[in-house]
Design a protein around this ligand. Structure first.
Ligand code: PEP
Ligand code: MG
Length: 832
């Protein structure tokens, strides 16, 4: 019997009984709306004794439903399996690659597989669904009653029937099959097509899928345990030989391992000093508190198209894998990286690919219509609990890895960041990395300093930390994460040095350095060069709290309010009244001083939950900044209405981010004019744009005619000019504003702005770099907008400069061959 339909996975049922197979198909078809290609190879042509299986029938059945989408074969027992394996021998090897034998029970497995295939699912999904078919039955019935059916007796039975191959061996390495050996075993098993199952004979455990990292780890195989491994399929022999080799070689570990105390740090040198990248200046000494992101809350909703939801999750999982791979790559490039660090991350990749986990998630989405976030979170939490219940404390501790990787995926799914920070005393925060919304929770009186194992200097979280004036070192490496909580560390955010349990002498040296920094902060009142050129010195802020701080630090106003940070944790769009209140509060702090409010710069590495951005392959090149605002004009309109109303009696300006074309500016200005016209009695507001895309630089002469001012975003300009993702620590050294390529862009922008008689400011990180300040002044920049803590040092630098001198320096550095030469040149000329 054959029911055909194109481009869907074909299902073949091999059974001793034709009636049985036909009844299964009939039952499955009650549950499907669309046909699936199904073929039956059941019974034999002997009216006297019709029960049996026939190799030729199986081969014909496969061929009748064969397509590139593949074929899944389900069998009942005994000779059905043998006939199937023999039938495969008659097919070409290219066909065999598209065929999967499914070990699921015939009735449950076939029904699940047929339903999936009819929906157009791919072969992996059909297999996953069929393999998970017994789960709902198990969960309905007492599990203990089911276990004996899948225990080791079964393995022996299978072996006796000669249907597969089995090895039995003893695990000798000291920690047993813990996370890293498990990762190796799973990676190896996944290289073979055969189904591979593993059981712990010593514990007489349930057999598990050797291709599932979670199942292998939670089997908790210890040193000395006897394991049994069974492989079923064409390459079973080779698979078992390789697995035997791996186990015999102790998974590449020494047989006797000197057990490491997890709280002891392996430091690279005798001075107990680690080196990272300086990210926010200042010295901090304090006790370590580890911050591990937790899993965000999610709300469920019934999904209308479960298959689309499942595909969406696949995209997110791919993104998460790319992120992890990125960290692995950057670690692998560092000479200080211990291989165990990258192994841990490789294991995280396996968690994401784990078939058992994915089966559960798939079941929750497709069979129970949960949204992807809830399905993922539920499955991850169940997995975490399984780990926590394990006896072995080492394996229990692996729950954090699942939490880490699970949280990463959930954050991508929800756009939300992780848990809140509840600190009761001032500490140094040690964390893998910070997201902008976590950085926003930081209080500078509670967080003395921050050290991250990954991270980058121009990531938005780093910028926020700068704004808060908290010393920070990023990219220290994962050995940082094994520091004991409560250990003492010191860090210098200007040099990237981190001292573990610093000595008295080291503390004294750091104290002396700190007081020198303090003396530097006795800065002049105004930013005026020796020859009398006044530079406006503004602050970059993210909210009401740092508006006051900015004035305390000596800012003359706000050159950049990153408005998107005001609402990073909002589930719903702020109302016009709420936005107005915030802008008004900041404007009141500023009085008559300038306050430049940048409209939402969502996209790239920033998300707000109330705007659902589509997942993009290259978010920094996608719907970001003004592009996104023009996509949701109502949100822009609301924001502009709030800004305009708050501007009454204050010196507020509005600025559009990520501008690429003249048309975008005109479109945004059109909306602004409409809003202005709807609010009679208010003065016209000054309009500016961020120049941070190379296209805006090359079109600067035309753009300058459209607006009142330019503000150069050197963080983005550097990443786009140098084609180096600002959040990727591996290419962070390329995205450097001191590169002559970037400096030339700044020069071009300033010339165009001044020809059109508009002012030009720098609001990227480059403006707070003492080495860059003379160059920027020399290029003719009118204003600098920097993080509040940098104001005093920038003022001090400016007060020591002479315009004719800096113009000559700027002219010279444009001709140099790279950022390093520029840095050295300025230091040599000015001794900065
Ligand atoms: C910049 O790109 O330099 C800038 C100031 O904007 P942001 O860092 O917020 O992207
Ligand atoms: Mg920018």
């Amino acid at each position: 019997m054959t029911t055909s339909s194109e481009n869907k996975v074909g299902i073949v049922l091999v059974s001793h009984s034709a009636k049985l197979a036909e009844a299964v198909v009939e039952l499955a078809e009650q549950m499907t709306q669309e046909p699936a290609p199904i073929a039956i190879a059941a019974g034999i042509d002997d009216p006297e004794n019709p029960f049996g299986t026939d190799v030729i029938k199986v081969q014909e059945a496969i061929e009748s439903v064969y397509s590139d989408a593949g074929v899944v074969i389900l069998m009942d027992l005994g000779s059905a399996v043998m006939s199937t394996e023999m039938a495969l021998e008659f097919l070409s090897s290219s066909q065999r690659n598209h065929i999967k034998i499914c070990t699921a029970p015939l009735v449950e497995g076939a029904i699940s597989a047929i339903v999936q295939a009819s929906l157009g699912a791919n072969i992996q999904q059909v297999m996953a669904e069929a393999n998970a078919a017994l789960k709902s039955k198990i969960s309905q019935i007492n599990v203990d009653e089911i276990v004996p059916d899948k225990n080791l007796e079964n393995i022996n039975n299978i072996e006796k029937e000669n249907l597969s191959n089995t090895i039995q061996t003893t695990v000798k390495n000291q920690l047993g099959i813990h996370a890293r050996p498990a990762a190796k075993l799973v990676a190896l098993a996944n290289q073979f097509q055969s189904e591979i199952i593993l059981g712990n004979l010593t514990k007489n455990s349930q057999v598990i899928n050797a291709k599932s990292i979670n199942q292998v780890i939670t089997l908790a195989v210890k040193q000395g345990d006897e394991v049994v491994i069974t492989a079923t399929g064409n390459d079973a022999d080779l698979a078992l030989t390789k697995i035997q080799e791996l186990i015999t070689n102790n998974f590449g570990e020494a047989e006797v391992i000197v057990k490491k105390t997890p709280t002891t740090l392996t430091t690279p040198d005798a001075t107990n000093k680690l080196i990272g990248t300086p990210a926010s200046p200042g010295i901090a000494v304090g006790t370590v508190v580890h911050y591990q992101p937790t899993i965000p809350e999610v709300e469920d909703y019934p999904v209308e198209y479960p298959e689309v939801e499942w595909q969406y999750l696949q995209l997110i999982l791919e993104t998460a894998k790319k992120e992890i791979q990125g960290i692995i790559d950057s670690l692998s490039n560092k000479s200080t990286t211990d291989k165990t660090q990258t192994d841990i991350l490789q294991t995280q990749l396996l968690y994401i690919e784990d078939p058992t986990l994915l089966e559960q998630v798939h079941q929750l989405i497709v069979a129970e219509n949960h949204c992807a976030a809830v399905a993922w979170k539920t499955s991850i939490e169940a997995m975490i609990n399984t780990y926590k219940e394990l006896e072995d404390p080492y394996l229990q501790a692996r729950a954090i890895d699942i939490k880490d990787v699970g949280g990463r995926v959930l954050q991508l799914l929800t756009g939300e960041s992780s848990s809140s920070l509840n600190l009761s005393q001032p500490v140094i925060l040690v964390t893998p990395d910070l997201t902008p919304s976590v950085a926003l929770q930081l209080k500078s009186n509670m967080v003395l300093g921050i050290c991250t194992s990954a991270g980058s200097v121009t990531a938005h979280s780093t910028l926020i930390v700068n704004t808060l004036g908290i010393p920070m070192v990023v990219g220290v490496g994962t050995q940082l994460l094994s520091l004991a909580t409560d250990s003492q560390i010191a860090l210098d955010g200007a040099t990237g040095e981190v001292w573990i349990e610093p000595s008295q002498t080291q503390l004294q040296e750091l104290g002396a350095k700190q007081s020198q920094t303090f003396e530097k902060s006795q800065a002049p009142q105004e930013a005026i060069t020796k020859d009398g050129r006044k530079i406006s010195l503004m602050a970059n802020i993210v909210g009401v709290a740092d508006a006051e701080f900015a004035l305390e630090c000596g800012a003359e106003g706000v050159g950049l309010l990153r408005s998107e940070f005001l609402y990073l944790d909002r589930q719903t769009q702020p109302t016009e009244a709420e936005e107005y209140e915030t802008y008004r509060a900041i404007a009141q702090i500023m009085g008559s001083r300038p306050l430049t409010i940048r409209t939402l710069d969502i996209g790239g590495d920033k998300q707000v939950p109330y705007i659902k951005l589509e997942s993009e392959a290259n978010p920094f090149l996608g719907c970001r900044g003004i592009r996104q605002s023009l996509d949701t004009p109502e949100i822009l309109r609301t924001q502009l209405r709030a800004i305009l109303q708050a501007s009454h009696g204050h010196n507020i300006k509005v600025m559009f981010p990520m501008v690429t074309s003249v048309q975008e500016v005109r479109a945004a200005k059109k909306i602004l004019t409409e809003v202005e016209n709807s609010l009679p009695g208010l003065n016209k507001i000054k309009v500016g744009i961020m120049v941070e895309v190379p296209a805006a630089v090359t079109m600067a002469n035309q753009l300058a005619k459209e607006v009142d001012f330019f503000s150069i975003g050197t963080n983005d300009l550097s990443q786009y000019v140098m084609a180096a993702d600002r959040t990727n620590s591996k290419v962070a050294n390329l995205a450097n504003g001191l590169e002559p390529a970037v400096l030339r862009m700044i020069q071009q922008t300033v010339i165009a702005a001044h020809e059109a008689e508009i002012s030009v400011s720098i609001c990227g990180q480059l403006g707070s770099n003492p080495v860059a300040v003379p160059i920027l002044l020399g290029l003719g920049v009118d204003e600098l907008s920097v993080a509040p803590p940098a104001i005093s040092i920038v003022k001090t630098v400016i007060s020591q400069l002479d315009m004719s001198e800096v113009e000559a320096i700027a002219h010279s550095v444009l001709q140099l061959d790279g950022a390093k030469s520029v840095q050295e040149y300025v230091v040599a000329q000015l001794g900065i």
